[in-house]
Design a protein around this ligand. Structure first.
Ligand code: NDP
Length: 242
């Protein structure tokens, strides 16, 4: 990764922070993007001062996403890796879910990922190379009860990934997705303990994953080890829903 530059969205905590740390450890310059600039700044400090940038941005904001990509590319002298990771949940049964909850989740995941793919690929196609990684979820493969909004958005990210991969392959830009299973972060800490335990028990490896274990798959897709991979979906779920 040395000499490479990356943007990671939703990087103030959880999976995004683990991805930012992993890319940075392996030599990349990393821009950590999050809704809250102060939290992005705090997270950036954890990586150390060198080769790090903290930027506040809501991934649903078109101008904001374009500004982030422009700033990182100028600051680092290019953009090699873009990770669309920012995400939210608003779980409820169909009977209880509001249109606002549906729209909020679809907008952050789908519009946010699409804006990131569009802005990052515009820079990468000029350079003739780049790797975009979109964080989907096994919920998008199998569907989770109580997550009709989230499952729809995460499945949509797969279609978006494959369509963009086809458009960009001849320009040297690869677009892949990762589908994590149950990972220990603030997002899953919000689940009722019995629901978490039930999901964990259904995992062939019999444990939830750690954010670093998702980051390993992202590092691989970002690197030249995955040079002949585009439009692919890597499952990181301990064998769940295979
Ligand atoms: P967390 O909630 O721990 O972290 C998500 C981060 O994204 C937060 O820092 C959050 O900021 C930020 N964020 C939310 N909305 C926006 C936005 N509009 N613009 C910019 N940043 C935003 O989640 P995880 O680390 O668990 O999840 C990361 C990704 O992995 C998500 O896409 C999630 O759907 C996916 N995933 C997670 C799984 C899990 O088991 N944890 C399983 C499968 C997929 P703030 O806190 O300020 O709102």
């Amino acid at each position: 990764m040395s000499g490479r530059s990356a943007i990671v969205t939703g990087a103030a905590q959880g999976i995004g922070l683990a991805i930012a740390k992993k890319l940075h450890e392996h030599g990349a310059s990393v821009a950590l993007v999050d809704l809250d600039g102060d939290r992005a700044e705090q997270a950036a400090k954890e990586l150390g001062g060198e080769r790090v940038l903290a930027l506040a941005c809501d991934v649903t904001d078109e101008a904001g996403v374009e500004r982030v990509v422009r700033t990182a590319a100028e600051e680092f002298g290019g953009l090699d890796i873009h990770v669309n990771n920012a995400g939210i949940t608003r779980d409820a049964s169909l009977r209880r879910m509001s249109v606002e909850d549906f729209d909020a989740v679809v907008t952050v995941h789908l519009r946010g990922t699409w804006l990131g793919v569009r802005a990052a690929s515009a820079v990468m196609r000029e350079a003739g190379r780049g790797s975009i990684i979109n964080i989907s979820s096994l919920s998008g493969k199998a569907g989770n009860p109580g997550q009709t909004n989230y499952s729809a958005a995460k499945a949509g990210i797969i279609g978006l990934t494959k369509a963009a991969a086809k458009e960009l392959a001849h320009r040297g830009v690869r677009v892949n997705a990762v589908q994590p299973g149950l990972i220990r972060t603030a997002m899953t800490a919000a689940m009722p303990p019995e629901a978490f335990a039930e999901r964990e028990a259904a995992i062939p490896m019999k444990r939830a994953g750690e954010p670093e274990e998702v980051a390993g798959a992202v590092l691989f897709l970002a690197s030249d080890l995955a040079a002949y991979m585009t439009g692919s979906v890597l499952e990181v779920g301990g064998g769940r829903l295979m």
